[in-house]
Design a protein around this ligand. Structure first.
Ligand code: DHE
Length: 490
């Protein structure tokens, strides 16, 4: 006979308030723990959610409730948190301000690195498995420091222009600023409820956060993460939209925001130098580029004149000229291209772009002069990420989905042929690569709780070293990022 006595309640809201609200927020909007809304839980199956409530979640502060809440009530709680709120939740200036955490005041820490390394050849490696990040020396491939991050980071962390600070965004809206010189998280703020990603302005002064929930963009002061402006995202008729992603277009002194639910792309200026097509002349003024189709996932050309994005037309893709402010071409893309992970390089005297595909076993190669697809490289399965470097003759593409997820293809950029397929850890997902600053080494993740970071010689393709890591996902080289290498994401 069980000796456990359960709290019995039929009121699900009371049950939630009693056990969950103190960490996940009274209205399920998140607090110390993540928001418990269907939008935030999309990536967690209900069965797994039951297990998390019953047994807790390793490496987080989520405790086990199996001895406090009956199995029936746990099931009811799961149903409750997977039910959408009947309104778009509010997370405005006041809520954002209240969440501000200053761990170290700007200027209170030293201005010299507390360790020795080439500060531009460092990598941040995000370890999704236990919500940590590792700062890695990119010459010796030795970890310098491992630190806790917020739960479920998403999108690439972004560096300040000098490479000293790195900004992280979590799916639950937490933005954290980390001082690499001092190995400390210095400030944090919850800028949204369901956040996509962030961008740091080219002048290093502001951070833009794009949210699914609420439907808005949030501008933060890059120094202390204080909120400067909350920009509701709406078309001229008042229809609101989720933000798919935000990016910095440094040569244009602007941010670009892709919108999920209205056929517009927004250019948001972070200084006053621009004067055309702007609705108001204050900072962070918005230029609406109206489209005849939705644009969701996209990549830039190296001059930041064009954006190559998805479309919902029968061609599946479109090119927008940011100077002209309209579509200039369709792109012939099949399946679900993942353009945010696309890269560009010189091929036979002209620029080409390559996009992985989340739904089809192919990589599309597109001529950026004619915008025609010149090749579809067949792969062993749909892929998520591609990478190269100006100094490397190879482009790397993972097979993220399906039975061959252990494989990574290496493509010769001159012949557009796969020249080698690696399977570094049989049965385990091998995904996401990043080059060092010189293009001499490649870092590959074995995307598994019992995972590894594998370092290869980028030229001979020989393995050099393995470092154990907990589900290492993305890795980000300071030099390649701040110099906007054409082989990496921007
Ligand atoms: Fe991502 C970047 C969108 C699911 C890991 N992902 C991005 C970016 C976009 C995007 C627009 C570029 C923003 C940036 O880097 O600032 N991702 C999406 C989706 O729409 C999708 C398919 C569904 C979703 O729920 O969001 C999705 N992404 C995933 C995952 O399932 C991944 C594999 C694991 C995870 O973290 O949830 C994942 N996405 C990543 C990573 C990057 C990323 C590691 C940064 C890549 C880089 O090298 O810059």
């Amino acid at each position: 006979m069980s000796h456990i006595s359960y709290a019995t309640t039929t009121n699900i809201d009371a049950l939630y308030q009693q056990h969950c609200a103190s960490c996940h927020g009274e209205n399920r909007l998140g607090g110390m723990g993540p928001a418990l809304l269907p939008e935030n839980l999309k990536r967690l199956r209900k069965k797994k959610a039951i297990n998390v409530i019953a047994n807790g979640r390793a490496a987080t502060q989520m405790p086990a409730f199996a001895n406090k809440i009956s199995a029936k009530d746990i099931q009811s709680l799961v149903n409750y948190v997977y039910t959408p709120l009947p309104y778009i939740p509010k997370w405005g200036m006041n809520e954002i301000k209240k969440s501000h955490l200053i761990h170290f005041k700007p200027g209170s820490l030293g201005d010299k690195p507390v360790f020795k390394a080439d500060m531009l050849n460092l990598f941040i490696v995000v370890e999704l498995g236990d919500h940590h990040a590792t700062l890695l020396d990119g010459d010796r491939f030795e970890p310098i420091h491992r630190f806790k991050t917020r739960f479920a980071l998403h999108g690439g962390p972004k560096y300040s222009p000098d490479g000293r600070y790195v900004y992280f965004a979590s799916r639950d809206g937490w933005i954290s600023k980390y001082d690499i010189y001092n190995l400390k998280t210095v400030v944090e703020i919850k800028a949204g409820i369901n956040t996509r990603n962030l961008a740091v302005s080219g002048d290093g002064k502001s951070v833009l956060v794009g949210n699914y929930l609420p439907h808005n963009l949030v501008v933060l002061d890059a120094e202390n993460l204080k909120p400067i402006k909350v920009i509701p995202v709406k078309d001229m008729n008042g229809k609101s939209s989720r933000v798919s992603a935000v990016y910095t277009a440094t040569p244009r002194n602007s941010f670009i925001a892709a919108l999920k639910d209205i056929p517009e792309v927004w250019e948001i200026y972070y200084n006053d130098k621009h004067d055309k097509n702007i609705e108001d002349k204050t900072n962070f003024s918005i230029r609406r580029i109206k489209l005849d189709d939705y644009l969701d996932d996209f990549q830039f050309d190296q001059s930041y004149t064009h954006i190559m994005g998805t479309g919902r037309n029968n061609k599946n893709g479109q090119v927008i000229d940011l100077n002209l402010g309209h579509k200039v071409a369709d792109l012939e893309l099949t399946g679900l291209p993942h353009l945010a992970s696309g890269i560009t390089w010189q091929y036979k005297g002209k620029m080409i772009m390559a996009s992985p595909n989340i739904k089809k076993s192919e990589i599309s190669i597109i001529d950026m002069t004619t915008w025609k697809t010149i090749k579809k490289i067949k792969t062993l399965g749909p892929g998520f990420f591609m990478r190269s470097h100006e100094n490397s003759r190879y482009a790397w593409a993972d097979v993220f989905f399906g039975p061959n997820k252990e494989a990574v293809h290496i493509i010769d950029k001159e012949t557009l042929e796969i020249v080698k397929t690696l399977k570094p850890s049989p049965g385990k997902n091998a995904a996401h690569v990043e080059f060092d600053r010189y293009g001499k080494h490649v870092l590959l993740s074995v995307w598994d709780m019992d995972g590894e970071l594998i370092i290869y010689d980028a030229n001979t393709l020989k393995e050099i070293k393995r470092l154990p890591m907990k589900k290492p996902s993305g890795k980000y080289n300071v030099f390649n990022k701040i110099n906007r290498s054409s082989g990496t994401s921007h």
